[in-house]
Each structure stands twice: as C-alpha cells, then as structure tokens.
Design a protein around this ligand. Sequence first.
Ligand code: UDP
Ligand code: MG
Length: 312
Amino acid sequence: MTTRLAIVVPCYNEEEALPETNKRLLALLDRMQTNGVISADSAIHYIDDGSRDKTWPLIKTLAATDTRVHGIKLSRNRGHQTALLAGLLTAEGDALVSIDADLQDDVNVIEKMVAEFAAGAEVVYGVRDSRAADTAFKRHTALAYYGLMRKMGVDLVHNHADFRLMGRRAIEALREYGEVNMFLRGIVPLIGYRAATVKYDRAERFAGVSKYTLRKMLTFALEGVTSFSVVPLRLITLLGFLVSVFSFLMILFIVYGAVVLKAVVPGWASSVVPIYFLGGIQLLSMGIIGEYVAKIYMEAKGRPRFFIEKTI
Ligand code: UDP
Ligand code: MG
C-alpha cells in the first residue's frame, strides 16, 4: 500500500521564496509518485499565517495550476507554531511532513523520511548536521537555549527544528493536547511511538529575510520554558530558603557581636541594604510567579487556537 503524503508549509510573508519552494516540492511529489512510493492524492498544503504581502494570492495561483496544491488562510498572524498546528490538524493523509517555506530544510530528505515511515517509524525527526548557515548569534543562542531546556527537564531532540514527519496516529495524539500555546518541539517527543531521525544540512534562506524577529524568538523561548517546566518555580523556593539561612546566620553573628564582643555599631548600611536586597528578590520571584499565573489565565480561557478563513 502506498502512503498518502501531505506536506504542510507555514508561510508568513513568503512571496519571494514560495514559487521556488512550490517548484521543488512538486518535483519531489512527481518523483515519488512515479516511483510508486506515495499515492496520487498526496498533496501540499500552504498555510498563510496572515501575511501582509502577496502570499495568499500567490497560493491561489499555485493551487489553480496544480490540483495537488492546497491553501489554508488563517484569519490573522498567529505565529509559526500555530500556523503549523492548523496545517497538521487539517490536512488529510497517512503521513504529514512539516517544512518551512524558505527552503532552509532540504526537501529531498522527505524521501528518506517517508522510507523510515514505511519501515515502521511513527515520527521521523529531521536533524541538522551543521548550523554553518545560521548566524553566529542564532547558533550560540540556540545552543544555550537547548542546554537550558535540558537542565529544566524538557525532552527535546537535539538540533531538530520543526522539519519532521508524523504519522496519522501521532497526529491524532497531538489533537488530544488541549493547550492553546503549543510548543511542538516539546510536545511531539511526549507523544511517544516509534521514532527515527534523518540528517540533513541546513541551507541559507532561499529568498527574503527571517520572519522570526528577535521578539518572536524571545516569546518562543519563554513559551518553551513556561509550557513545560516548573523548575523556575522551584528555584524561587530554593532562593527563599538560602536567603532565610543567610539572614539567620547574620542574626547569630550580630547577637555574638553584641553580647560577646560588645562591638556592634548600629549601621545605616546593614539596615538599608537588606531592604533593597529582599525587595529585589521578592519582585523577581513575583515576576516569575506572574509568568505562570498569566499562563494559567490564558489556558483557563480555553480560547480557540485558530480560525480557518478559506481552504482551497
Ligand atoms: N512563519 C509563520 N508565522 C510567523 C513567522 C514565521 O508562519 O509569524 C513561518 C515562515 O514563513 C517560515 C517558518 O515559519 O516558513 C520559519 O520562519 P523563518 O524561516 O523566518 O525562521 P528562521 O528560519 O529564521 O528561524
Ligand atoms: Mg528559516
């Protein structure tokens, strides 16, 4: 039995890269269909994440020229993860591959992914061999971030972004996760089932500039931590404990100085400094707690994650 493949591509202002991406993806489908690896109703789904440029008209044109091309238009910009999710939860198929629109991920690796799927893997992770094409800033921040996440107990696949294949069973499992803020890289390993990895070299963006602004990157990073880890909350407890022990020792020292040494000079610094010190720690701690409270607040609302405006 041949696999019905669906390729899901989130697009935000990708008018420059899209024509070439489409050409390469269609060539891939042609080749795999000729080889009898995937079925005739395999397709490509472009998810327009509220683009401000001509991305959607372009998707419409592409869909009109080939019946295997489909488009999903979100009602506004909701971010990469949500756009991806919209595609994954909507597209039909036995195996769904998610890939960026900018051709940084090697489209030909999809063939290897499908081969792994045919061999029994339910999830296949695309893992980049080198990060040579990324900027030094992106490389270093990414490395530090993955290290931090691992310390906080989040199970992430090393050097894997969102280029992966998921079988129908994994997709249906993903649907069960009710959280509104999805950090897919953390959720997918939690699903389980048999997994495989395929390696590839990450290229430079084909055209246009990164759609991940520093702000979006920071939000994404914070999202990853607060969605998966309660370690920051535990650190507050630890910090509080350490400060208490320190204060207790300080009291002992002062009593010792007053009773035994009789040499305590009532100082301005010793009374004012702790006020600032403790005030700072309290504010910091409240900030972290606030982060989680905000999360509970948002999740408790159970807002719908996306609305599809149109499908073609
Ligand atoms: N993207 C999206 N919504 C956004 C930002 C990005 O759908 O709000 C898409 C974008 O079109 C691309 C993918 O997510 O297909 C990855 O974005 P980009 O290549 O700009 O990120 P980078 O590779 O620089 O991390
Ligand atoms: Mg990119």
